[in-house]
Design a binder for this molecule. Structure first.
Ligand code: G1P
Length: 294
């Protein structure tokens, strides 16, 4: 088992890519089938024995705390009406480990959000998980990152090939192959123009950091869009210690993007034992009708 137990989940962003749904609701609480996105992320953390969870929240994000808290009135109602299965579901959520919260204050960028976790994390390595990236339940990305950290002691990024025109949406990493089959990051740049991107490897929403990332964030001036960019701090960190990468190619849904969100809902619903078969039948019907009329 990995020695890493701490995870920081930045959840203070405004979610403007998903308006109007996110006008008065945190994007992290968007339901994917019947669970909010952030619950998938926290369940993934717990599956990987990351039990010390810190969520960095901000204004308008109270419903995240309420969701993971015990809901006494609701439990009482479910007990009285004999709805045991629902009661079990609700109780399971509040038992998902101890979740700590800290507020970011002004949303000054992802680097700034991670820096808000400094006092909580201390001098331990930790994982950062972005709540708008949710991973398929059978994904081994995070466990591979933890294993690589355990053998090397290094920071590890999650990297995915994307079409060149999409690299402007991501942090972009240039890597070199090492003899042992792993890759080392030689440069990173936040959201480059496709024509200037040094590669088509995108940094996705799982990071494993040594605590030196905090010093790197503190030493890094604001960057793209005037925000303190985590990617810029990673660039600085990689100048003082190796930063490695795990390249993966499946199982990720960026639910901040409307089309990817729909794909997540459909694929996750189809994979569910309880509703999957009935939903598949519905979907076949819809597609057959669409086919006939188009
Ligand atoms: C953030 C990071 C970016 C990273 C991306 C992964 O961007 O700044 O480097 O590639 O998350 O999803 P955002 O999606 O918040 O614009």
């Amino acid at each position: 088992m990995s020695k890493v137990t701490r995870v920081v989940i930045p959840a203070a962003g405004l979610g403007t890519r998903f308006l109007p749904a996110t006008k008065a609701q945190p994007k992290e609480m968007l339901p994917v089938v019947d669970k909010p996105a952030i619950q998938y992320v926290i369940e993934e953390a717990i599956r990987n024995d990351l039990n010390n969870i810190l969520v960095v929240t901000g204004r308008g994000k109270r419903s995240i705390e309420d969701h993971f808290d015990q809901s006494f009135e609701l439990e009482q109602l479910l007990i009285e009406s004999g709805r045991d299965a629902d009661l079990e579901l609700v109780r399971a959520i509040s038992k998902l480990g101890t979740i700590h919260y800290i507020r970011q204050g002004r949303p000054l960028g992802l680097g700034h959000a991670v820096l808000a976790a400094k006092a909580h994390v201390g001098s331990e390595p930790f994982v950062t998980m972005l709540a708008d990236d949710i991973m398929a339940e059978n994904s081994d990305l995070l466990s591979n990152m933890l294993a690589l950290h355990d053998t090397t002691g290094c920071s590890v990024l999650s990297l995915m090939e994307v079409p060149r025109e999409q690299i402007r949406l991501y942090g972009c990493a240039e890597v070199v192959q090492k003899g042992d089959g792993t890759v080392q990051v030689v440069s990173v740049v936040e959201k480059p123009e496709p024509s200037e991107a040094p590669s088509t490897l995108a940094i996705t929403g799982r990071y494993l950091f040594t605590p030196e990332i905090f010093g790197a964030i503190e030493a890094t001036p604001s960057g793209k869009n005037g925000e303190f960019q985590l990617t810029d701090a990673i660039a600085r960190l990689s100048q003082t210690q190796p930063v490695l990468g795990v390249i993966f190619d499946r199982g990720r849904y960026d639910i901040g993007d409307k089309l990817e969100y729909l794909r997540a809902v459909v694929e996750i619903a189809l994979g569910r034992e309880d509703i999957g078969p009935a939903f598949a039948a519905e979907l076949r019907g819809i597609l057959a009708r669409e086919f006939q009329t188009s």
